[in-house]
Design a protein around this ligand. Structure first.
Ligand SMILES: *[C@@H]1O[C@H](CO)[C@@H](O)[C@H](O)[C@H]1NC(C)=O
Ligand SMILES: *[C@@H]1O[C@H](CO)[C@@H](O)[C@H](O)[C@H]1NC(C)=O
Ligand SMILES: *[C@@H]1O[C@H](CO)[C@@H](O)[C@H](O)[C@H]1NC(C)=O
Ligand SMILES: *[C@@H]1O[C@H](CO)[C@@H](O)[C@H](O)[C@H]1NC(C)=O
Ligand SMILES: *[C@@H]1O[C@H](CO)[C@@H](O)[C@H](O)[C@H]1NC(C)=O
Ligand SMILES: *[C@@H]1O[C@H](CO)[C@@H](O)[C@H](O)[C@H]1NC(C)=O
Ligand SMILES: *[C@@H]1O[C@H](CO)[C@@H](O)[C@H](O)[C@H]1NC(C)=O
Ligand SMILES: *[C@@H]1O[C@H](CO)[C@@H](O)[C@H](O)[C@H]1NC(C)=O
Ligand SMILES: *[C@@H]1O[C@H](CO)[C@@H](O)[C@H](O)[C@H]1NC(C)=O
Ligand SMILES: *[C@@H]1O[C@H](CO)[C@@H](O)[C@H](O)[C@H]1NC(C)=O
Length: 420
């Protein structure tokens, strides 16, 4: 049978329809500049697609890149993803337990860029590889990552390797390295303990932010000018710092250190039996019976209120360094059952210039065997007998120390300046 050109084209067309795949299968190293565009959609990655040094892969708006098998784009040269708001580039990585869709290695990351690109997992989206160190910063702007991951294995560097801006992370993980995320929404996602992130101007919801061993000494994850809702902050090691942010229903736990400055919180639980907590210039409302337990305390200029049944803070006083001094100063604790409870302390603790008042059981509860100096505080009254009634100490149980509260303030400390 002789097939004419029309019939031949129809057969090809039907084959394409039946298979549901295009004829653009890509793989292997390419040694010339390549541009992928929408008119050839989709691009099926059927082998490692490698871009060597000196070569650029440009992916234009509307292009779809499909990984049905566990291959990747390996970028040693340059990658330019140039989607648009109306017509983003889309990567589909429907491969479970696979390696990343795009891997950068031994390259100057500043020469690549990603703009308006959606990544659908579960295959991880982006990774900076170890090996010959990459340099520079990869700018990823207006990306959307769903059910996928970003990872930076390019160890030892002190600068940000991936800068994610104006983006959305949904059900995704940031698994490693130094990563900057700005102006982005992070929902139902995880910042892993090996990732050291700077999250600035982000809306973070139902997510977990961890910090741990990273290879960088004392490295901290920083959250700045952000909104955290229903999040878990898990500081396994080192420090997580949150500044100028608003928190709702946040749980902080772990063995590292936690710093909250110039922030406000509505529902903050701290479960930090052994560790350092600094709260500076914060307004904290714990009306859902939350409490804040910490091993070492540094609270200044905070306004902290409860629901009349809970305890404001419980200090366990377990110090890493006996020279560390613990302080609670210039702060207000009110509307709790117990304002401040000191359960243990291995070093001196200073409680001064605070307003400790309107707490239903005790303004200060000394639960351990040493005296506490708590002078120059306002206790809601200038009657020493009434002050004593709201202090639990030696006079309630001779096994505990005394609270030395004299002299005390005659008026509420007006110097408590909360939230700057
Ligand atoms: C790719 O294009 C760039 C300029 O955009 C050029 O410098 C480079 O030599 C080209 N590479 C190849 C392999 O043609
Ligand atoms: C992903 O792949 C699985 C089989 O591996 C398939 O059942 C599923 O429909 C695919 N999902 C999408 C969105 O393509
Ligand atoms: C990396 O590329 C950027 C932008 O082209 C350039 O400014 C920088 O000098 C490059 N860095 C190195 C180490 O080549
Ligand atoms: C994100 O991915 C999940 C499954 O992986 C899917 O059910 C959901 O519709 C996706 N959401 C968006 C906004 O793409
Ligand atoms: C993020 O994008 C905005 C513009 O949308 C720009 O002003 C800002 O400098 C970018 N930030 C970073 C860290 O790239
Ligand atoms: C976090 O990133 C923002 C935006 O780039 C920057 O202004 C700020 O200094 C960074 N913070 C830290 C602690 O590096
Ligand atoms: C936090 O809330 C205060 C008061 O509502 C507001 O002025 C501030 O802009 C908020 N901060 C952020 C990062 O949303
Ligand atoms: C307590 O926090 C304040 C504010 O950051 C800081 O200046 C001070 O050094 C801290 N005190 C101790 C003992 O670390
Ligand atoms: C609130 O917490 C206190 C302990 O801090 C507990 O005794 C009390 O039963 C709790 N109340 C509710 C309603 O959970
Ligand atoms: C407490 O407030 C007083 C008076 O405003 C101020 O001099 C002092 O520096 C404050 N101390 C701390 C640790 O904030």
């Amino acid at each position: 049978m002789v097939i004419n050109r029309f019939q031949f084209l129809r057969v090809v067309f039907l084959l394409v329809l039946c298979a549901g795949v295009s004829l653009i299968n890509v793989k292997g190293p390419v040694f010339h500049n390549v541009t992928w565009k929408q008119s050839n959609n989709p691009y099926n990655v059927v082998g490692d697609f490698q871009i060597p040094i000196g070569v650029t892969l440009t992916i234009k708006a509307g292009t779809r890149v499909v990984f049905n098998m566990d291959f990747r784009l390996l970028i040693v040269g340059k990658l330019k993803i140039e989607g648009s708001l109306k017509n983003p580039v889309k990567f589909f990585g429907n491969v479970t337990n696979g390696g990343p869709m795009i891997v950068f290695q031994s390259t100057n990351l500043s020469e690549s860029s990603i703009s308006y690109c959606n990544f659908y997992g579960p295959k991880p989206a982006l990774q900076i590889n170890q090996g010959d160190p990459a340099t520079g910063t990869l700018n990823a702007n207006f990306i959307f990552i769903n059910n996928s991951a970003i990872s930076n294995y390019y160890g030892g560097q002190s600068s940000i390797a991936i800068s994610v801006n104006n983006s959305v992370l949904l059900q995704s993980d940031v698994t490693r390295g130094l990563i900057l995320i700005t102006n982005s929404d992070i929902t139902s996602s995880t910042i892993d303990q090996n990732a050291i992130c700077n999250l600035t101007n982000c809306k973070i919801k139902s997510s977990t932010i961890s910090n741990g061993y990273s290879g960088f000494n004392e490295a901290s994850t920083v959250i700045w000018k952000s909104i955290l809702t229903q999040c878990t902050v898990n500081v396994q090691q080192n420090t997580i710092v949150i500044e100028e942010s608003n928190l709702t229903d946040v749980f902080v736990g772990g063995d590292g250190a936690f710093i909250l400055r110039k922030s406000s919180a509505n529902g903050l639980t701290i479960s930090f039996a052994w560790s350092h907590v600094e709260l500076t210039s914060c307004k904290i409302i714990n009306k859902k019976n939350e409490t804040m337990v910490m091993g070492w305390v540094n609270v200044s200029c905070c306004d902290i209120q409860g629901n009349k049944q809970n305890t404001g803070i419980i200090v366990n006083g377990l110090l890493f360094n006996l020279d560390d001094t613990q302080t609670i100063v210039n702060s207000s604790f009110y509307n709790f059952a117990i304002g401040i409870q000191v359960s243990a302390s291995e070093g001196p603790i200073t409680i001064a210039n605070n307003n400790l008042y309107q707490n239903s059981k005790y303004n200060l509860y000394n639960k351990y065997g040493y005296n506490i100096v708590a002078t120059n505080n306002w206790w809601g009254t200038s009657n020493p007998n009434k002050i004593k009634k709201k202090i639990y100490d030696y006079y309630e149980d001779i096994l505990t120390g005394k609270v030395l509260f004299n002299p005390f303030l005659q008026n509420k400390n007006p110097n408590v300046k909360c939230l700057q």
